[in-house]
Design a protein around this ligand. Sequence first.
Ligand code: CUA
Length: 365
Amino acid sequence: MSPRRKRPGLKTNRWPVIAWAVMVLALTTGSAVAAPAKNMNVFEPVSPPAYSINGLFILTLAICGGILLLVGGAMLWFSIRYRRRAGDTNDEPPQLYGSHRIEIAWTLGPLLIVFVLFLVVFRVVAGIQGKTPPKHGDPIYVTVIAHQWWWEFKYPKLGITTANELHVPVSPHGKKYPVFLRLESADVIHDFWVPRLSGKQDVVPGHPNHLWFAPEKAGTYYGQCAEFCGAQHANMSIRVVAQSKKNFDKWVADHQKPAAAPATLTGKAKVGYAQFVKNSCISCHEVNGATPALGGGPMKLYFGPDLTHLMTRKTIGSGMIANTPKNLAAWITNPQTIKPGCHMPDMNLSKKQVSDIVAYLETLK
Ligand code: CUA
């Protein structure tokens, strides 16, 4: 080894390196702490499409990591091996002009890598976003309609409409009950994404897209609209409740029942129902069985969530707040204080009107 050459006036500054290290550490620990809390960790897949995406991610990471090691390692090796030493007289290294062999190698190598990545990505995407349901099992069909800013879920074969909380059966080994989604939008472009179950898929007006998943474990999986769609884009969350087939069948049977007939209501709920009908709540919301609440018209296009079984849902405002009588009252009093910009207006109702309407809503089980 040649003796180290002293360079006067050149001091090593360690601060940028320390700043980088602190930033990287903060980012990695921050995301590690934030991710699992909401059950949205892409690295914990529980459904076949999410497994393939995870596999694809690891493959891409391995290829890119290999390239990083190769290039970084070569850089490091050359800068140490061929560094300037004491006694070097020549200021310039020998100048070489082109080598066909090297040119061909560094053109074909990357081309091959890109080609392999293209093939595997294409295979995974085609397997997840196909226009027909997976060939195995007994598919559960769901039409997802994205709205500013909530999700409508319709089960066309089961005759159920609900919102924001999607119930599906658990699929043993991801085979038995694949959930096949048809994604539609009522307004702008949204994006349906439940990281532990499947990929991201754009929800485009006038162009239905498809996606499937099959959770292998029971649980509530969180998702989020993943395409900026306006003021309340961040408050457009999804909950997928995966339950045993038995519990799912029970949920289906309960949801196929209409709401309590208006004639059977008594007391505060009866008064609340009258307010509900009178104050144009029915122009946007459907209550199946409560006759005038069919605001969607012949097209059945609703501006607000179906309320037939509202009280079975855990949240309101598309996952913003817990579904409690107190929160319902606050929401009905003025939704704009909770979700500014949402399409439900302040109806200027009195305290009594609000509490009567809440009493009626509480009968929607
Ligand atoms: Cu819907 Cu972002």
